[in-house]
Design a protein around this ligand. Structure first.
Ligand code: UDP
Length: 319
C-alpha cells in the first residue's frame, strides 16, 4: 500500500532517520534531504538499496524543489546544545529560511506538513509540568536563544501559513529523546554518559545534578509523530515521556545499565540550563491515544548495543 510521497528535511539526523524508517514501514515512499551539517549519511546507509527511498544532500536554507510530495516533515536543525552553540547562525537560518522553504513546498503541492518543535519553547519553565498553553520563560539573547527563538519563530511561521495560506500544518513539541544513532560527540546527556561509562571515564554531571529532565525512547517518540501526522490538530502537541529524573539519577541509571564502575565528576552548569522539564501529555493522550511505553531503564538497555558498537568503532578509528 502506498500512502504517497513524504519529504523529511533533516532526514540524516537522529530523529529524521528514524522517522524515514517508520514512514517507509507505513508504506510511504520517502525522500530525505539534509546538508549533513550535523546529520550523518551513515544513519541512512541501511536504506541505500531501498527502492522507495531517496536521499539528496542539499541545504533547505536555499529554495528547493524535490517534485510533488504529499507530506512534508520538517525536521532539519542542529538540536543538541553543543551543536547549536557551534552552529548558531545556521540554526537560526534553518528555523527561519528553512521553515519558509519547507512550508512553501507544502503550499505548492497542497501537502500536509508537520514541524519538529521543542520543549525549549518553554525555556527555563516557571510552570511545571509544561502544558502546551504555557508561553514559556525564554531568554531571547542568551546562549540557547539561537535554538529556542529559532524554534519559536518556526512555530509562528507555521501557524501563519495555516491561518493565511490554509496549509494543513501540525507542530510537535519534542522533549529529551534518546536512542540508537545519537552521535557520541553530540554533547547531550545520554550519549555523553553512555560513552563515558563504556570508556570507563568519569561521568560529567553539570552543576549539582539536581536539575531534571524527562527522557523519551526514540520509538515512542516516533509513534507520537505518526499519530499526530494523521490527526487534524494544528496547535502544538507535547510528545515526551512524563517520567522525570534528576540528572544525578540519570547518571546512576546509566552506571547500572552499563555495569560500569566509572565515578561521577561535577562540572560547571552551563548558562541558562533549564532547572526542570517534564511534559504534560494530557493532550496527546486524549487527542492521539498516545502514551510512551518504554521506561528509562529499558530504553537505556535497548540503546546499549548501539553505544557499545559506536565506542568500539571510535577506538579502532583512533588506533
Ligand atoms: N548534562 C550533564 N552532563 C553532560 C551533558 C548534559 O549534566 O555531560 C546536563 C545538562 O546540564 C542539562 C541536562 O543534562 O541539565 C540535559 O542536557 P542535554 O544537553 O541533554 O539537553 P537539554 O535538555 O539541556 O537541551
Amino acid at each position: 500500500m502506498n500512502h504517497g510521497r513524504a519529504l523529511v528535511t533533516g532526514g540524516a539526523g537522529f530523529l529524521g532517520s528514524h522517522l524515514c524508517d517508520a514512514l517507509l514501514a507505513e508504506g510511504y515512499s520517502v525522500i530525505a534531504v539534509d546538508n549533513l551539517l550535523t546529520g550523518r549519511a551513515a544513519n541512512l546507509e541501511h536504506l541505500k538499496t531501498e527502492p522507495q527511498f531517496e536521499f539528496r544532500q542539499l541545504d533547505i536554507c536555499d529554495p528547493f524543489d524535490c517534485g510533488k510530495v504529499d507530506y512534508v516533515f520538517h525536521f532539519a536543525s542542529p538540536a543538541s546544545p553543543v551543536d547549536y552553540s557551534i552552529h548558531g547562525i545556521a540554526t537560526l537560518k534553518v528555523g527561519s529560511l528553512g521553515t519558509f522553504h519547507a512550508l512553501e513546498l507544502a503550499r505548492q503541492y497542497s501537502a500536509k506538513y508537520l514541524i519538529s518543535s521543542t520543549s525549549e519553547c518553554y525555556g527555563d519553565p516557571l510552570e511545571h509540568p509544561q502544558r502546551e498553553t504555557y508561553w514559556g520563560h525564554v531568554n531571547p539573547i542568551g546562549p540557547r536563544s539561537v535554538y529556542d527563538e529559532s524554534k519559536r519563530f518556526s512555530e509562528a511561521v507555521t501557524m501563519a501559513y495555516f491561518r493565511y495560506h490554509k496549509v494543513d500544518t501540525r507542530i510537535v513539541r519534542i522533549f529529551n529523546t534518546y536512542g540508537p544513532r545519537m552521535q557520541l560527540n553530540d554533547g547531550r546527556v545520554i550519549p555523553n554518559f553512555m560513552k563515558q561509562a563504556l570508556r570507563g571515564e568519569d561521568l560529567t554531571v553539570y552543576g549539582d545534578g539536581s536539575q531534571t529532565r524527562s527522557f523519551c525512547y526514540v520509538s515512542d517518540e516516533i509513534e507520537g509523530f505518526l499519530r499526530l501526522a494523521k490527526s487534524s490538530e494544528h496547535e502544538p502537541v507535547n510528545i515526551g515521556n512524563p517520567n522525570e529524573f534528576t540528572i544525578l539519577e540519570c547518571a546512576r541509571r546509566v552506571l547500572a545499565v552499563t555495569g560500569s564502575s566509572s565515578k561521577i565528576r561535577h562540572q560547571a552548569l552551563p548558562e541558562d540550563d533549564p532547572r526542570q522539564r517534564r511534559p504534560d501529555i494530557s493532550k496527546a493522550r486524549k487527542l492521539l491515544g498516545w502514551e510512551p511505553k518504554i521506561d528509562l531503564e529499558n530504553g537505556l538497555r535497548m540503546s546499549l548495543d548501539y553505544f557499545r558498537k559506536a565506542v568500539a568503532e571510535e577506538r579502532v578509528a583512533r588506533a
